[in-house]
Design a protein around this ligand. Structure first.
Ligand SMILES: O=c1ccn([C@H]2C[C@H](O)[C@@H](CO)O2)c(=O)[nH]1
Ligand SMILES: [Zn+2]
Length: 136
């Protein structure tokens, strides 16, 4: 599974997006360390705030199957330049993915931005900063 194939899977997952409100489909493909790809699409709702982005759909699918170790992520949308994940997704990705994990942001014209989890969310809040063991 190379980065090109991962981006193709993100484009393909975009086809399942449920976007009657924004009409802006997004696809994601999250590669686990054991080599499985968890795809995701955005899923909107009549109550707009219940919308789930493509990236979080992919993470939640994997975690709900017991998979929490990831190697790479691709995200695709019909944007001018490479798509840019929202703040909520950046925080959720930072919970499960290593800071140096590669992220491939792309669009339908083949523009690609290769970035990392740490670059997407510098200074991410993490419970590793808290010493829970010392708390009562
Ligand atoms: O990286 C992104 C950016 C936006 N969206 C979704 C949320 C909403 O359904 C639509 C418009 O913001 O796109 C994603 O799924 N991922
Ligand atoms: Zn998002």
């Amino acid at each position: 599974m190379d980065k090109q194939q991962l981006m193709e899977q993100a484009v393909s997952a975009r086809g399942n997006a449920y976007v009657p409100y924004s009409k802006f489909p997004v696809g994601a493909a999250l590669l686990s360390k054991d080599g499985t790809v968890y795809t995701g699409c955005n899923i909107e709702n009549a109550g707009y705030s219940m919308t789930n982005c493509a990236e979080r759909t992919a993470v939640f699918k994997a975690v709900s199957e017991g998979i929490k170790e990831f190697a790479a992520l691709a995200v695709a949308a019909d944007t001018k330049g490479p798509v840019s994940p929202c703040g909520a997704c950046r925080q959720v990705l930072a919970e499960f993915c290593a800071p140096d994990m590669p992220v491939y942001l792309t669009n339908l014209e083949g523009a690609v931005s290769e970035t990392t989890i740490a670059e997407l969310l510098p200074g991410a809040f993490s419970t590793e900063d808290l010493d829970y063991a010392a708390r009562k």
